[in-house]
Ligand binder design. Sequence first.
Ligand code: ADP
Length: 186
Amino acid sequence: MPDSFTKVAARIDGATVEIVVADITTLAVDAIVNAANRALQGGGGVDGAIHRAAGPELLAACRDLGGCETGSAKMTPGFNLPAKHVIHAVGPEWSGGGEDEDVLLASCYRAAMALGRDEALSSLAFPAISTGVYGFPADRAARIAVGTIAAELSADPGTLERVVFCCFSRDSAVHHETALQESGVV
Ligand code: ADP
């Protein structure tokens, strides 16, 4: 991972929004969000990394959840992770933009935020959901992610004080930074 990206931070209605380049499994926040699939049985990409770092108890906990619909999210403990919880959010697979992908992506960010508020969490970290194996265009996904989180925080931050966009590449971080600028927040 390049270290040339300087962390970007902005304030939205009392909460801090950060863009960092990092491995999400290293973040000691109340919950990290997993870009999961509907089966919640683990997978590649960030899902695989989270399961490896959390240990086998995470898979056992996921089995009890009975899957998760696209656009929704469910929560487990973080087990061996530095994060206390994992919110498993299921983003859409990109299939050209005509299958409600934008709506479903926004929906899974909202669902994760709602869980965070319901569980009275103060800090959440998101990966760039759907932009890996699921093929969602990274700039478009970043605009949806940033716009949805900004709207959620403006409407009702609840207990949330800190939301981190945890990007895995400098390019991804730049997409999020551009989206923050376009949204007028910074
Ligand atoms: P999806 O199936 O939702 O596309 P992926 O895991 O393939 O999920 O990719 C989602 C995003 O997570 C991609 O931008 C990928 O680069 C990023 N990613 C992969 N591993 C990590 C990690 N350890 N920490 C943070 N982000 C990661």
